[in-house]
Design a protein around this ligand. Structure first.
Ligand SMILES: [Zn+2]
Ligand SMILES: [Zn+2]
Length: 374
């Protein structure tokens, strides 16, 4: 079928992207779903830092690539054997959260309870293919790469069934979309990787979509929360969402405030250093941001030893989407996890280059691309 999608043509374009326009809206051909794959009509897609990281070259991926990895939509078609059975059964018409790390469920890493990303899913993501090595996207007969097995900045996608989690119809598409990356990653950084004890304070450094999702999740779990960001507007937002205190990194250093669990969600080395210095003795620093591969941080080994501190790296919030998304849905349904508060603006697909500028400038939490019904 023919679809419209936002294709990244070149890596490392000059800012502002609204002028250099590295992403173009294109007509593409989308193949039918193969065995184990599904066709989904996209309803909503979030603009995440991991999209920007491909645009600015911090994460080198093959181009042309149809970006977008946080989304929700409805199943329009099922390839052979993709329906499955039992609790993971998928049917035409179901609403699904699409997640950016397919889990085969059979490799050694999939057996680590979320600690390690799936080997097969990671290899496919790095190659710009779906699990199984196929590309279902092309333009004028030339293959176009998939982004993290999703490529959701498009009217329709074909994804592997292991990339989706079914949700009930009472979960709106915008809520379902942000569950797929921001909440899985930020929430998982707190609950799966940080594992705060009852009453522990949780600090979050970097208040973008993932960081704010960590704030909301920690509050939902009953923890006092400290927010840290360089931008005053983000600090105000964290306080409005229920954080007890909020500081710039300089204010935090001056205040001497620390926490038992500190989540770094900014994706830069200075934020990582701030997170370590904000970690109490006996506490845990969780780093979930994705800095440039060349970024280096400075850490005092003595402070780790003398303070019995732990540093934990967590990819995708150490999440198992099939296990974790239903938990976040339950918290949302109970009114304890208002994930719609993460959505800072709603845009259409043609605003994607400007959206990358806004994200790079730090002035967005989650910009949501909405797709009108046909
Ligand atoms: Zn993301
Ligand atoms: Zn696996």
């Amino acid at each position: 079928m023919n679809i419209t999608g936002a294709v990244l043509e070149e890596i490392g374009a000059t800012r502002p992207f609204a002028e250099s326009r590295p992403i173009t809206l294109s007509e593409l051909e989308l193949d039918d779903p193969g065995p184990g794959e599904i066709l989904v009509q996209i309803e909503a897609a979030g603009v995440c830092h991991s999209d920007l990281s491909v645009v600015d070259g911090n994460r080198v991926r093959p181009v042309p690539m149809l970006l977008g990895h946080e989304a929700a939509g409805r199943i329009l078609g099922l390839g052979a054997g993709a329906g499955g059975s039992g609790r993971s059964k998928l049917s035409v018409g179901d609403r699904v959260v699409i997640t950016f790390l397919p889990r085969c469920g059979a490799c050694a890493s999939c057996a680590t309870n979320g600690r390690l990303p799936c080997e097969i899913g990671t290899a496919a993501n790095n190659a710009g293919t779906l699990v199984g090595g196929e590309r279902r996207l092309s333009r004028d007969g030339v293959p176009v790469n998939h982004h993290l097995g999703v490529s959701a900045f498009a009217t329709h996608v074909v994804v592997n069934r292991t990339s989706v989690v079914r949700v009930d119809d009472d979960v709106p598409a915008d809520v379902a979309a942000v569950l797929g990356c921001a909440v899985l990653t930020g929430g998982g950084a707190v609950l799966n990787a940080g594992r705060p004890a009852l009453g522990d304070t949780v600090m979050v450094v970097g208040l973008g979509g993932v960081g704010m999702a960590a704030v909301l999740t920690a509050i939902a779990a009953g923890h006092p929360v400290v927010g840290v960001d360089t931008l005053p507007e983000k600090l105000e937002r964290a306080l409005a969402l229920g954080a007890s205190e909020a500081f710039t990194p300089a204010e935090l250093a001056e205040s001497g405030v620390t926490a038992s669990v500190v989540v770094e969600a900014a994706g830069n080395a200075r934020a990582f250093e701030t997170a370590i210095s904000g970690t109490s003795a006996g506490g845990t620093t969780v780093t979930v941001g994705l800095p440039s591969p060349t970024a280096m941080a400075s850490v005092s080994p003595l402070s780790l030893v003398a303070g019995a501190r732990t540093i934990v790296g967590s990819y995708l919030g150490s999440a198992v989407p099939q296990r974790d998304i239903p938990r976040y849905v339950e918290l949302w349904r109970a009114g304890r996890l208002p994930v719609e508060e993460l959505i800072s603006s709603r845009i259409s697909l043609d605003g994607i280059n400007r959206a990358m500028d806004d994200l790079a400038d730090g002035h967005a939490i989650r910009q949501l691309i909405e797709f009108s019904a046909p």
